[in-house]
Design a protein around this ligand. Structure first.
Ligand code: PMM
Length: 282
């Protein structure tokens, strides 16, 4: 399923590049903390094949401490504004309505909330009123506690049910159905094995009736999969595995993949689109 938004390709899985304006993200912490460097990086992501750029100012890695809300605003809004002014389609990765509101004013086109509107009660009304696409991720708890919440009776059925319930809450609050994007939240209150279970059943998430976003890029479960005698595969050496996940996501009908280095994923989604077009004509 696609997301009707001007400027986004409608005929293939889209690639969302990530700019973390944080000193401490697991994947690229500190590298783009300076606003000028963050903007330059966002433009580079587009040159490397990103269809849109997701700008966040708070690390959500397991155990990360929350940032001061004003600090998050100071990190994110100038970067959103400069990228949007440069013609880049921008999503803002935040759980906080004040940041989302100012980012939308600065030109962001999408709100990506890892809590799906659960962290800040003003978020869903804001998104409904602004009438912008809203990424609703499966989420159970804030980062310091999230890995204490990995108990499920059946991880696939429970995550699907909890995500569907949150989508219902979002729709009930007035967000238009075609504006909602769903995300299984890989790594958020999930063990590595649980991530693999969800990935093996992406079609079930796509069947929820909303565009599906998959965000596996560089995550710890890929490092564990590729571990050797020196330990987990280093974060920056998980790109091929990330592209493999982009391929299976596109094949499962995902609307988008969220990645730190778009180059391989941009190729992967084009391969899948070409194959699908061929299969459709067969
Ligand atoms: N993961 C991270 C941050 N934002 N947003 C969505 N929609 N889905 C995710 O899985 C997700 C996210 C954590 O990764 P990062 O700190 O490297 O960006």
């Amino acid at each position: 399923m696609t997301l009707p938004l001007a400027g986004l390709p409608q005929d293939r899985c889209v690639v969302m590049g990530v700019v973390n304006v944080t000193p401490d993200s697991f994947s690229d912490g500190g590298r783009w903390f300076d606003p000028g460097a963050a903007v330059e990086h966002g433009l580079e992501l587009v040159r490397h094949g990103a269809d849109l750029v997701d700008v966040g100012g708070e690390s959500t890695r397991p155990g990360a401490l929350p940032v001061d809300r004003d600090e998050e605003l100071r990190r994110v809004v100038p970067v959103v504004r400069r990228l949007a002014d440069a013609g880049v389609l921008v999503s803002v990765d935040t759980m906080w309505s004040a940041t989302a509101e100012q980012a939308l004013e600065a030109g962001a086109a999408i709100v990506n909330d890892v809590s799906g509107g659960r962290a800040d009660e003003r978020m869903i009304p804001l998104v409904a009123q602004a009438d912008v696409p809203f990424v609703v991720m499966h989420w159970r708890a804030h980062s310091p506690q999230m890995q204490q919440h990995t108990q499920y009776d059946d991880v696939l059925e429970d995550v699907l049910a909890e995500l569907a319930a949150q989508v219902r809450a979002v729709l009930d609050a007035g967000v238009a159905p075609e504006r909602v994007v769903v995300d299984p939240g890989l790594g958020f209150s999930k063990t590595g094995d649980q991530n693999w279970t969800l990935l093996a059943h992406l079609r079930r998430f796509a069947a929820l009736g909303h565009p599906l976003l998959v965000a596996a890029s560089r995550k710890g479960f890929l490092g564990s999969l590729l571990a050797d005698e020196h330990g987990p595969r280093p974060v920056m050496e998980r790109e091929d595995a990330t592209a493999a996940i982009s391929t299976i996501s596109a094949m499962a009908g995902a609307w988008g993949v969220r990645v730190h280095d778009p180059r391989r994923s941009a190729d992967a989604v084009r391969v899948v689109a070409r194959l699908r077009a061929e299969a459709a004509h067969a």
